[in-house]
Design a protein around this ligand. Structure first.
Ligand code: CA
Length: 227
């Protein structure tokens, strides 16, 4: 899998340096030079990780972080880059949803090690970590087995694919069109009811297995999300 990393840094030389370090490691890089630009990029394509400078013109790094976590419900790991080294700031940022902290000036190796660690923690690293969890539900991507409270769900291939998609990014809203495109691999969605029917079957199966609440939420006028 090819990981995409978004670098948000207004100083062009530091932004370019980070992009170089990451490209050398084989990552895809998206570059933003302000918080506003980063927001626009994220709305178009969700990266696997974000490297975020704090002192940005306009929308500050702190505000951007709160905005993606609280308003956009994006769970993508965020590594903060900043010259600020006071412990108080670190604690505040971790509370606001940052995953780790890199203090400037940094060594290239520190960046690559922390990026790798953050991707691994978020379950993005391929290999041994192919189990996704949401509340009492567990999905093992190697065996394609899904359980709720250890009771296995008997799913069709399309139901499994929808669940796998939603479980990778809980909180992220997928439109019916997007789900159709990703699960049925293209084709015109049009007016048909396919996704609704599959989601409704999934909900029934999750409930029958013993979930005590609705896991898949309908977002009115848009689509579906997990949680
Ligand atoms: Ca800066």
């Amino acid at each position: 899998m090819h990981y995409k990393i978004l670098v948000v840094e207004d100083e062009t030389d530091i932004n370019a340096l980070l992009a170089d370090i990451l490209r050398t490691e084989g990552y895809g890089v998206m570059q933003a030079f302000s918080g506003t630009e980063a927001k626009l990029l994220i709305e178009k394509e969700l990266p696997d990780l974000i490297l975020l400078d704090l002192m940005l013109p306009g929308l500050s790094g702190e505000t951007f972080l709160r905005c993606i976590r609280e308003d956009m419900h994006i769970e993508t790991p965020v590594l903060i880059l900043s010259a600020k080294s006071a412990l108080k700031d670190k604690v505040e940022l971790l509370k606001a949803g940052a995953d780790d902290y890199i203090t400037k000036p940094f060594e290239p190796e520190e960046v690559t090690v922390r990026v790798l660690a953050a991707l691994r923690r978020s379950g993005k690293k391929s290999g041994s970590c192919n189990v996704l969890r949401y509340k009492q539900m567990k999905l093992d991507a190697d065996s394609r087995v899904v359980t709720v409270s250890d009771r296995e769900l008997i799913l069709t291939a399309h139901e499994y694919d929808i669940l796998y998609l939603l479980m990778q990014t809980p909180g992220k809203v997928y439109s019916r069109e997007k789900i159709y495109e990703l699960v049925w691999k293209g084709g015109y969605y049009g007016e048909n009811n396919t996704v609704n029917v599959h989601v409704s079957n999934l909900r029934k199966k999750i409930k029958e297995a013993g979930a005590d609440e609705e896991y898949i939420q309908t977002v009115y006028g848009i689509g579906f999300k997990l949680g």
